[in-house]
Design a protein. Structure first.
Length: 87
C-alpha cells in the first residue's frame, strides 16, 4: 500500500526547511524527484519508492522519537519553575 505525501510536507519532515520555504525551494528548481524537477506545486510522492534530492543530496526523514511520561498527581513538570512553586 503506497502512502503518498505532498512533496513540501515530506521535505519539511526531513528537516530541510519549513513547509513554505520548501515550496520556494521546489519552485526555484533545487529539488528533484527520481531525477526530474517537479513542475506542479502540489506534487505528491511515495516516500517508500521515490528518490528525493535537494541540491544533489538525498534527503530522508528524521527518526521520530516519542517519550511517554506518566505524571502522577502532585508532580510538577515544567520547563522552568514558576515563581509561586515551593520546593
Amino acid at each position: 500500500m503506497s502512502q503518498n505525501e505532498r512533496l513540501h510536507k515530506y521535505l519539511a519532515r526531513c528537516g530541510v526547511a519549513s513547509r513554505r520555504k520548501c515550496e520556494v525551494l521546489i519552485a526555484q528548481g533545487h529539488v528533484t524527484v527520481n531525477g526530474k524537477v517537479p513542475t506542479e506545486p502540489g506534487t505528491t510522492i511515495d516516500p517508500n519508492y521515490d528518490v528525493v534530492l535537494v541540491d544533489g543530496k538525498k534527503v530522508l526523514p528524521e527518526e521520530l522519537v516519542v517519550i511517554a511520561f506518566h505524571k502522577p498527581p502532585q508532580v510538577l513538570s515544567a520547563v522552568r519553575t514558576p515563581p509561586t512553586a515551593t520546593r
